[in-house]
Design a protein around this ligand. Sequence first.
Ligand SMILES: Cc1ncc(COP(=O)(O)O)c(C=O)c1O
Length: 385
Amino acid sequence: MNNIYLDYAATTPVDERVTAAMQPYFTQVFGNPSSLHRFGQQAESALEKSRRVLAGFLGAKPSEIIFTSCGSESDNLAIKGAAFAARQQSRANHLLISPIEHPAVLNTANQLADLHGFDLSFLPVDKYGRVSPAEVQKNLREDTFLVSVMDANNEIGTINPIAEIGGICRERGIYLHTDAVQSGAHSPLDVNSLNVDLLSLGAHKFYGPKGVGALYIRSGTDLSPMLTGGSQEFGQRAATENVPLIAGMAAAFELVQVEHDQRTNHILPLRDYLIKQILTKIPSSQLTGHPEERLVNHASFVFEGVDGNLLISILDGTGFACSSGSACKTGDPEPSSVLTHLGYSPSWALGSLRVTLGKDTTAEDIDSFLNVLPGCIHQVRELKS
Ligand SMILES: Cc1ncc(COP(=O)(O)O)c(C=O)c1O
């Protein structure tokens, strides 16, 4: 049977070179980076080297990189940290986000509104899920302290015009946070050309380990720490740093940059072929997200009259791992809020399919997938009628 993984937006396998880079820090160089003795100093040197690697590729200073435990934590620190600092310093109370952010941003912003009285408003998005810089300009207020717009959307792959949005925020002296967790694997990210003050990353999306992330914090950006305690990570995040995972994140991020062109040249034609074939072969199908401004490995669709969760199970049964945006709540599927937001009716939105490719996906994998998908969709439609 096939055993083909096409869900690289969910997570990626750790690259063997990354595993090798992490290995010494579990057993040999195991000191606490805050200890003064040589064991501690060795660990600290590995930690600072990793920080320099990330900073170098992001166009940042090492002191602007904070290691966290995941992309979600980076989002939380950026948003809550900015909110509580703003409240303390300037009394600014307004937070502006895109309505189709990942739950790590959406639920964090909602919690700030519900529990702490912050004023939250949502930017409009077009049919591809893009935020327009003009809308940001229009929706900024005197008391806005932060705008948060994701670099690329996890469900539909659309990339936002972050640099332009950042230019507008900068003119008004308002912080811009971008969740770049999905783009970390693909786009060369430069915090200066992107005009961002805060940028979140998570290592497991780019062949690094799970349980480690990073937040870029432009120097001078006021954030209240969320994890209080010791003075690690420049006082922005207490806790003994997870040196093996941080070393793994740096090794994986370096490979993203070094192999960027090779990976893109491999993945992009496969993705384009996949999209074209699916839209041609499958009746009542549509691409979701932007046709061009999208992640290079990302193909997402809706099929009318299909139960997306059932389709995922049937595909899994034939040996293909993909995902669907609809959440299954006690057997009663609900369409993804992202697709609903983009205006898809439930009969389309419930039939969503996300196929995300990786650096090791082959043309044969895609052909085998294309051989089974039309039959699976037909089967799901038949079961429904
Ligand atoms: C856009 C985006 N933001 C944040 C996250 C959360 O990252 P993590 O799983 O590392 O907490 C994800 C993970 O799917 C994501 O796709």
